[in-house]
Design a binder for this molecule. Structure first.
Ligand code: HEC
Length: 110
């Protein structure tokens, strides 16, 4: 085998590994958690413990008490808006919105 062909095979293997492994390892919930940490954790408590940094922002683990989670995905896609001036306007892709709701559902407290 020539050096050139070996190098091409190595590149092809690298591309395979980079393309498939992370996508398969990440679940919807995990993706939602990453999004929540990046976009929402500045105000909301997004984990199973801890308090929200913004005193008025509900903890994600108790959102079920005040927000219809079945409708939240659609609201996120349309641009989530509350009456609160501190709450920024978000517009999510369908996949990201579903991921966010899957994550929020997964941490709802008792
Ligand atoms: C700058 C601060 C801030 C950030 C960032 C933020 N929120 Fe909020 N959020 C608030 C506050 C304050 C409230 C309470 C608003 C109220 O009840 O009037 C709230 C309320 C909510 C509610 C409950 C009210 C409703 O409309 O159902 C949901 C759901 C929500 N936020 C989702 C999110 C999501 C998802 C993100 C990230 C994509 C996020 N928030 C990021 C401040 C924030």
């Amino acid at each position: 085998m020539t050096v050139r062909r070996e190098r091409m095979m190595a590149v092809a293997l690298l591309m395979l590994a980079a393309g498939s492994a992370p996508a398969m390892a990440e679940t919807l919930q995990q993706r939602g958690e990453v999004l929540a940490r990046g976009m929402c954790s500045g105000c909301h408590a997004i984990g199973r413990t801890g308090n929200s940094k913004h005193p008025a922002a509900p903890r994600f683990r108790s959102l079920d008490n005040q927000t219809n989670l079945a409708k939240l995905s659609v609201r996120l896609q349309g641009g989530l808006l509350t009456g609160h001036e501190d709450m920024p306007l978000f517009r999510f892709s369908r996949d990201d919105a579903d991921a966010m709701v899957a994550y929020i559902r997964s941490i709802q407290g008792p």
